[in-house]
Design a protein around this ligand. Structure first.
Ligand code: G3P
Ligand code: MG
Length: 253
């Protein structure tokens, strides 16, 4: 069986259009769409009461008007937070997005998503996957979804729930470990998501030979990234989809 027929975009807006709007919010996804992006990368984790939310950090200190651990919040408490003002006055009153609301928006906009299962320290990868994956699979077609994680246990549990033809899995790496190949084979990965400055040309070539798509994060300087396109990179995950696209358009003229 093959993987889902995913048409990968050149650019994926990281945490939504996170250079233009507060990251991982509904507004950031709408901004990405308005800027012409067709896919976004988003982080998902659970509140203390088990509600899946779109959020990156283990705490709310950086991206809200309050302080504390995400894992100590209920959904009701999370909805009291202002998650927009930290980014700019124009975003005051933005609310934390539930996974459910985000999936509805992605469908409304017909956008694809690289959903990163964010297993922060002390959190249970199995509970996270068991809670979110059925919801995600029920909401999105396989052609508009890549689920990724740094966490091998989370990826393995995803693969137990959904076979290769029903779910594309991406393995996230910082530095590429010597075991990258066995890690990818273990979960029948569709793609590898390396931190782009640490990816070597020889590693990219081996990944492509093995049939993996390569999605690099987080590429914000299109000039510095330029040579990587010749390595067979499929997509750049970027905070700056608009500026990056402008650069690519000019280069092609
Ligand atoms: O999925 C790519 C990238 O988002 C991984 O790192 O910390 O930005 O979630 P981070
Ligand atoms: Mg992420």
């Amino acid at each position: 069986m093959t993987h889902p027929a995913i048409c990968l975009p050149t650019l994926i807006a990281h945490r939504g259009y996170s250079a233009a709007a507060p990251e991982n919010t509904l507004t950031a996804v709408r901004a990405a769409h308005q800027a012409g992006a067709t896919w976004v990368e988003l982080d998902v984790q659970l509140l203390g009461d088990g509600t899946p939310v779109i959020w990156h950090d283990s705490d709310i200190n950086r991206c809200s008007d309050q302080r504390g651990e995400l894992a100590s919040l209920t959904w009701q408490q999370a909805q009291q937070l202002d998650v927009g003002s930290w980014f700019g006055d124009a975003f005051a009153g933005e609310r934390m997005a539930s996974l459910e609301a985000m999936l509805a928006l992605l469908n409304e906009l017909n956008m694809g998503v690289n959903l990163e299962i964010k297993v922060n320290k002390g959190r249970d990868p199995i509970a996270l996957v068991e809670t979110i994956l059925p919801v995600v699979l029920a909401a999105l077609p396989a052609e508009r979804l890549i689920v990724s994680s740094f966490d091998a246990q989370a990826l393995a549990r995803c693969r137990l729930i959904a076979p290769k033809e029903a779910l594309a899995l991406g393995v996230l790496f910082g530095s590429i470990p010597p075991t990258w190949r066995s890690q990818c084979e273990a979960v029948e990965a569709f793609s590898i998501h390396p931190h782009w400055p640490r990816l070597k040309h020889t590693q990219a070539a081996a990944m492509r030979r093995d049939g993996y798509e390569i999605l690099c994060y987080t590429a914000n300087d299109p000039g510095a990234f330029e040579s990587r396109w010749n390595w067979g990179i499929a997509s750049a995950i970027t905070d700056e989809p608009e500026a990056f696209q402008r650069y690519l358009n000019n280069r092609r003229q």
